[in-house]
Write a protein that binds this ligand. Structure first.
Ligand code: ADP
Length: 441
């Protein structure tokens, strides 16, 4: 007797969400923006971090503890994780995790920037020769060991670099520790000041090999711009050119205003795009975001930095991208995640409106109490938002020793000039109340 056939139950096709690993050292606003973007895409997020204890937040979900100062070992941990759990993309936030992300992606066969390219971008003493060999303009430089004799540092710098020059750390970011020196007397003072900063426990804790060096470079005068871009399987795309309308002439280089679109002539912008494409190819960047800082003068376009990551902090909020059929507007974070997941993002373009951000300058050394005038500042036409990131009771330290801005002002308007005016107008209405920092006894 034949057994009656059992009715087949319809098979449920429940597709698993794609999983993205965010490699991050902090849990700040930028991390939150990436998490929100991933959620919009329906992608699951897992963190890989070296600050696990700091992840007491709602998204804490089995974060993988990693040590970014050892990218090989950290990438191996990510690979082991991916053997047990599927992982479709890895995105690094900030500079330090880029080396781990590149190695982990390579091990897992995910498209990304190759490790050699990420390494070169992280270390200006490696990227400079590589860019120069490709015929691009980069400042002359010399890399000096942290414990070099001062007289030796001065004579080597005078011979190889000359004055004016800048001294800079290789392992820090956001212009921290970058100091201009106009003559050798100023060089000696700047070098010692930077050496003291690099001996600080909070810097030494980064344990990066590059923390053991100071770089001295020829000072390049000229207008400075920042460029946000990405590489899509080897093809370079410029997403936005930001003008920096405040002069950055030193002795310290505090970033303030970024405005896009650039007011530079169209042919110069096209030349900038070509230079960056050559830089991307020379460095070997392949798939992922990049952020560049350039200077422009009568001699041409100079590359100060190409970083294998997206723009830092909250500045990404200035950028919004429109889908090809204009039905969607997405953030830079979402664009980067889609790129990492291998989606086609070629049709997305930046919105037409002008946009900008002011990284609010540190008002001085002291203990931050509060800021007055925020509501009036928010009413400034064109201003979209003001975010004060510093907390009451926190110590503020200006550059070159300090490392963070007290907050950000965002504006959007019909023209770059209107954006710039909005940012300056709002800033003038803010009053930071500080109390003196007590000296450490
Ligand atoms: P970081 O990676 O910490 O941002 P950068 O090397 O990009 O350090 O330098 C920070 C800022 O210092 C630059 O945006 C620029 O304004 C200034 N700067 C750095 N190097 C030079 C240079 N060689 N010539 C002129 N200005 C420089």
């Amino acid at each position: 007797m034949k057994m009656p056939k059992r009715a087949r139950s319809p098979r449920l096709h429940v597709s698993k969400p794609r999983r993205l690993m965010l490699l991050t050292t902090t849990t700040g606003y930028q991390t939150q923006a990436f998490v929100e973007a991933a959620q919009r895409l329906g992608a699951a997020v897992v963190f890989g971090t070296d600050r696990c204890h700091a992840l007491a937040d709602p998204w804490r979900d089995g974060a993988l503890p990693l040590r970014f100062e050892n990218p090989e070992a950290a990438a191996e941990e990510v690979r082991k994780y991916a053997r047990k759990n599927s992982l479709e993309a890895i995105v690094a936030l900030g500079d330090r995790p880029t080396l781990t992300a590149a190695r982990a992606c390579q091990a897992l066969g995910l498209p990304s920037h190759p490790p050699e390219a990420s390494d070169a971008c992280r270390d200006k003493s490696r990227s400079r020769p590589c860019l120069r060999e490709a015929g691009l303009r980069v400042p002359g430089f010399i890399r000096l060991p942290l414990d070099v004799e001062l007289a030796e540092a001065a004579s080597a710098t005078a011979w190889r670099v000359g004055c004016p020059c800048v001294v800079k750390p290789l392992a820090l970011s956001a212009s921290r520790g970058v100091i201009r020196a106009n003559d050798m007397g100023q060089f000696l003072v700047a070098f010692e000041r930077l050496r003291r900063l690099l001996h600080n426990p909070d810097v030494q804790v980064l344990r990066e090999e590059t923390s053991q060096f100071i770089q001295a470079e020829t000072y390049i005068e000229g207008k400075e711009i920042a460029v946000e871009g990405l590489v899509d399987r080897g093809r370079t795309r410029i997403l936005a050119i930001f003008d920096k309308p405040d002069p950055l002439v030193g002795p310290f280089f505090e970033e303030t205003i970024y405005v896009t679109p650039s007011r530079l002539a169209a042919n110069l912008q096209a030349e900038i795009a070509q230079v960056l494409e050559r830089a991307v190819n020379a460095l070997g960047l392949h798939h992922g975001p990049f952020h560049a800082e350039l200077r422009l003068n009568a001699q041409g376009i100079w590359i100060l930095e190409v970083a294998a990551r997206s723009i830092g902090g909250l500045c990404a909020r200035t950028l919004r991208f429109i889908s090809p059929d204009c039905s969607e507007t997405i953030s830079l974070e979402e664009l980067i995640i889609r790129l990492a997941l291998g989606d086609d993002i070629s049709g997305f373009h930046r919105e037409d409106r002008a946009a900008g951000v002011m990284m609010i300058p540190v008002p001085g050394t002291g203990i931050f109490q509060e800021v007055e005038g925020i509501e009036q500042a928010r009413q400034t036409p064109g201003v979209e938002d003001i975010i004060i990131t510093v907390k009451s009771g926190e110590k503020l330290v200006p550059l070159p020793e300090g490392s963070s801005y007290p907050g950000f002002i965002f504006a959007r308007a019909d023209s770059p000039q209107a954006v710039e005016d909005a940012l300056r107008g709002a800033h003038q209405k803010l009053r930071f109340i500080m109390s003196p920092a007590l000296p450490v006894i």
